[in-house]
Design a protein. Structure first.
Length: 111
């Protein structure tokens, strides 16, 4: 660190734009006279073509969309069981059901 203080140059003065304030004057009758406004300002359009139209009737209630079926069953999948033999498939399921009914569950021993 140096002990010498460096003298910085003076900063330029801050320049601000002048603000145009719109004022209203009243004439002798008490009516308000509006002074001219600069055309540089942005304004909201107020003519009737820019206004939102009035709604005469309410829109209908929203409806749920239909579900789209993404995968349809092919006819070949349905015919598979008929070609293999319905008797064979039914006998398989009957045997598994009969076996499950014969099994008895043991009660849990109380400890």
């Amino acid at each position: 660190m140096s002990i010498d203080h460096q003298v910085r140059p003076a900063l330029p003065p801050i320049r601000l734009r002048t603000i145009n304030v719109q004022t209203r004057h009243t004439d002798e009758d008490g009516e308000v006279i509006q002074l001219s406004v600069d055309d540089d300002e942005c304004r909201t359009p107020t003519s009737s073509e820019y206004k939102i139209p009035m709604i005469l009737s309410c829109p209908p209630a929203p409806r749920k969309r239909r579900k789209v079926v993404l995968c349809k069953r092919k006819l070949s999948e349905i015919q598979f069981f008929e070609v293999v033999g319905r008797d064979e498939v039914e006998s398989f399921f009957k045997s598994s059901f009969e076996f499950s009914h014969n099994i008895r569950k043991r009660p849990c021993p109380n400890t």
